[in-house]
Design a protein around this ligand. Structure first.
Ligand SMILES: Cc1ncc(COP(=O)(O)O)c(C=O)c1O
Length: 435
């Protein structure tokens, strides 16, 4: 028996969570610890005798909290900022409580059917085509891996084509599969260039809507048409920006997406669902099943007609749809739209400040909720600005390189981020630039 009073300790854990969310904005955004600092404080081996859950909560405050980089902080602007919203958090608790292992329909009718329904709700909200089959993977890395496996299975080819700005997961997936990766240069708008594109031996083309570095958009329609003419599979990576399609005005970036063979989108990035929740749709579910379906004797049953494990690498599947369901219901499409819209507005506002200040430069076309910019001066000076700003604990930004130059990225994606937070980021950056 564990040493837990489930009701009392559960109430204390919820209280801890509530207090954390209330005060996270007062904590440093970036963890203010050195590598190994936490490890040095953790016992080298597990306890022989049971401890109390109170001990765990105490150590959460004393050991773990100082070593957190606070992704729930409203001034987290690095990578792609995210939100683990309250309904999603509560649903995670309940999912762990029920601990469904959805290896086939019978093993969890609820998880299987709720997953299909909620993923289809999202498809409708984003204006994606009727009839697409969708399921949930852990991450976009896995979703793209699955898509490449399906593409290789269908085409019998071994080459993956993507833009030089595609996410590193495409390269890693190709490497894990022993597939050859061909990176195509991007044009002035940072989208993949089409001139000289040879897809004759391509298994898959990966088109990105909302690249990680610049939120740029590849010409999906042209890529889909060329891929299909060459007998290749078209996978769309809309892991970040696809969520913006919940707002009609962002659907300009959806042009051609209806031609995709598969598409990945992460509600754990910009739809308020706690990590992890990656949606993978395909217009070719039969080919996915051919690539992935494998039913050993011990899993055979009369009602095993439907198993979501037939569409991806994992057999055991978490009840991830519960948090997606809770978020969709407790915010409603209107609530989600309002948050995405506000993030885009805040990014535009910040980009406007950058553009109108001669000391700063906007470095990429403004898209979605990401601003790419730099201060006048050398790479080293820009790097020092980011490092000082991050070390202050007031904000957390990340960087990338564009044409070999160091550029800063301000990504807005936390539901708690308001205009005051964005203004504070601008003030901190200007303060550090003036040093
Ligand atoms: C465009 C894009 N694709 C894929 C990924 C990989 O996502 P994941 O961490 O879910 O594997 C990211 C991560 O930021 C991304 O921005």
């Amino acid at each position: 028996m564990s040493n837990v009073d489930f009701r009392a300790d559960g109430a204390a854990a919820i209280e801890w969570a509530a207090r954390y969310l209330e005060r996270v904005g007062d904590l440093p955004v970036l963890a203010q610890v050195k590598p190994g600092e936490l490890s040095a404080k953790l016992p080298a081996s597990a306890p022989e005798q049971p401890e109390s859950f109170g001990d765990v909560l105490r150590d959460l405050d004393e050991l773990i909290l100082p070593a957190l980089t606070n992704w729930q902080h409203p001034r987290f602007f690095a990578y792609f900022a995210v939100t683990g919203s309250e309904p999603g958090i509560l649903a995670e608790l309940l999912a762990a409580t029920m601990n469904q292992v959805a290896i086939l329909w019978r093993a969890s009718p609820a998880s299987t059917e709720l997953e299909l329904r909620t993923v289809d709700w999202v498809r409708q909200l984003l204006g994606l085509p009727d009839g697409w089959h969708g399921h949930i993977e852990d991450t976009a890395s896995t979703s793209t891996l699955a898509a490449l496996i399906a593409a290789r299975h269908v085409t019998g080819r071994n080459v993956v084509v993507c833009s030089e700005h595609a996410h590193s997961s495409v390269e890693k997936d190709a490497r894990m599969l022993g597939m050859e990766l061909r990176k195509v240069p991007a044009g002035a708008d940072l989208g993949m260039r089409l001139d000289g594109l040879d897809l004759s031996d391509a298994a898959a083309v990966v088109a990105t809507v909302g690249t990680t570095s610049f939120a740029s958009v590849d010409p999906v329609r042209e890529l889909a048409e060329r891929a299909h003419a060459a007998g290749a599979w078209l996978h769309v990576d809309a892991a970040y920006a696809g969520s913006s399609w919940i707002c009609e005005e962002e659907r300009w970036s959806q042009d051609g997406v209806e031609l995709a063979d598969s598409l990945v989108l992460n509600p754990h990035k910009w739809l308020l669902v706690p990590m992890d929740c990656s949606l993978l749709w395909t217009s070719r579910p039969e080919e996915f099943r051919e690539a992935f379906s494998l039913t050993p004797e011990y899993l055979r049953s009369d009602d095993a007609a439907y198993a979501l494990a037939d569409y991806g690498p994992a057999l055991g599947r978490r009840f991830r749809s519960l948090k997606l369901w809770a978020v969709l219901r407790c915010y409603g499409a209107e609530g989600l739209r309002a948050i995405v819209r506000e993030h885009v507005r805040l990014a535009d506002l910040f980009a406007g400040w950058v553009e109108s200040d001669p000391d700063w430069e906007l470095c990429a076309p403004q898209r979605f909720s990401l601003v790419v910019f730099r201060h006048n001066g050398s790479d080293a000076e820009n790097e020092a600005i980011v490092e000082r700003a991050n070390a202050s604990g007031e904000i957390f930004l990340s960087h990338t390189k564009l044409d070999g130059r160091y550029v800063l990225r301000l990504a807005i994606g936390n539901a708690g981020t308001g205009e005051a937070d964005v203004r504070r980021a601008w003030e901190v950056l200007n303060r550090e630039a003036a040093r």
